[in-house]
Design a protein around this ligand. Sequence first.
Ligand code: ADP
Ligand code: MG
Length: 626
Amino acid sequence: MAFLRLLARNRLALVGGVMLSLVVLLALVTPLLPLAPPNVTATGDRFLPPFSEGALLGTDHLGRDLLSRLLWGTRLSLAVGFAAAIVAATLGAAIGIIAGFYGGRTDNVIMRGVDMLMAFPYILLALAIVAALGPGLFNALIAVAAVNVPFFARNIRGITVGIAHKEFVDAARLSGMSNARIILTEILPNVIPVIVIAMSTTIGWMILETAGLSFLGLGSQPPVADLGSMLGEARSALITNPHTSVVPGVMILIIVMSINLLGDGIRDALDPRLKSGALSRPMAATRVDRQGAVPAATGAGLLEVRGLETQFHVKDRVYRAVGGVDLAVKPGECLGIIGESGSGKSVTALSVMGLVASPPGIVTGGAAYYDGDDLIGAPYARLRAMRGRNVAYIFQDPQATLHPLYRVGDQLIEAMQVHQPVSNSAARAKALALLRDVRIPNAEQRLSDYPHEMSGGMRQRVGIAMALANDPEVIIADEPTTALDVTVQAQVLSLLDDLRRSRGLAIVFITHDFGVVAQLCDRVAVMYAGRIVEEGTTREILEMPRHPYTARLMACVPELGQGKRKLASIPGLPPVVDRLPPGCAFADRCPKAQPVCREGDIPLDGEGMRRVRCLFPETGLREVAE
Ligand code: ADP
Ligand code: MG
């Protein structure tokens, strides 16, 4: 199981797990061990030191064998601790789910009750409960469980409120499920990990609390002892015969520590966000492990990518997301990269500045030259200085790239101050000018807006403003207009086009939309399965696509005002990049494919900048079969 493997990778959790298993195992086999009876007194043998004959850990003030009492006491303490945790978790989760799911008055009444319970100091509350019920281990269990219910209720309610308003719950409601069924089948599976996490991190605490009550004489009653009451009984001999306190004390320490270590490990391993990263945080820059020679710069552009290969190593699979890509942009030029979703466009763009998450990403070959300097494998300090300063990115989803809790003006100012020593007022003036540049109306007021107070189009323009904040020479725009409607898209495109002309920006524009390419780009590279399959000027490609893939991709674009036409689609799916076929990756979907297409590597062939990776390129104007 992946969960266990993740857990085992966390060394501290593993240690905790092993220690706890040993303790639990000991507690389980205690009745089978040849131990002295734990509760039989022998006053003649009082306070025997450890390693005495017949008493490995010595004896206590009544001459009882400490080892035997320790093991039996551990058994009790563990049982009570776990039982209390399960009771508290079950009750607390039930209360939390009901409060969170029904909301409104139910929520209010329940949670105010929980708040009242929480307002008591918990030890006082536990003491009051035991005082009311009478001393005894079972009542201590009830008290410890009761004081921990609010903790679970609060936690689970918070999670449930978040889930209860999700679309899949609405969908379940619309499909006519009863509330009880929704809670059981939709909500519960989503909160169980949280319950387990909360439990694993509080069991240790509950064992301590039970021990505390027993220590005060309110838990287990003599002659039966748990770890807490053993400590309590040893208190008077703490100085004269410390071993009587040390023995149960060390056991409590071992139990609580191992449970906490294991609990932390469980929490980490259950967190889905940590799963894919295998518990390691991504590195600051993509890992580079280049095999073979690094291609030299040719000076073809300000930014020049040569033979770039980026892979994802996930378990024993290797995903070749980018398999040898060459690109170049000059100042003032716009290069379009086009291709279906998953063709490796984003990974190519992110690799340039070392922004691909590692693990699992690794750059395994090639180079990315900025003004003649190779950025792949450049020291992190250099990459950081260049990110945003020389090469800036615009991403598809501004909602995800803007910080939700800061005003957009402050974020713009921060973006500048990271790279340049500008005063607050100067940065503010520049931020204002930038917002005006990207044509945000009322720029002055908008500076103090939060991202959620803006429309999607405005946020995207803020994203562009932020990319421009440090006057970069290259902008890499990764589908910046895909989430926008056509009018806003047109504005954003003309904005980028103006900036490119007025500031001499080099733009790499990633998209899957030929209409956008036609409006903005000078040249186009078509990507498929991690490689460029065709490149040329926008005009050449649009008028006469030569790779069957490009031709078919263009045939899929509906045209306005051309009358009704059967809409084409490309049969089949792009190949999975961990099992790329030899030869042409498009062969399986290509009607013109011949056996030779599947044999060897097919080069990107042609003159100058007009090249195609195909043995049988299209020849006529739009002669794609419908
Ligand atoms: P797009 O062209 O749509 O931008 P991407 O560059 O995002 O495509 O992805 C290219 C390929 O890399 C896809 O097949 C994708 O599944 C794979 N990929 C991207 N990120 C990861 C990752 N973290 N782990 C494994 N594979 C990934
Ligand atoms: Mg993408």
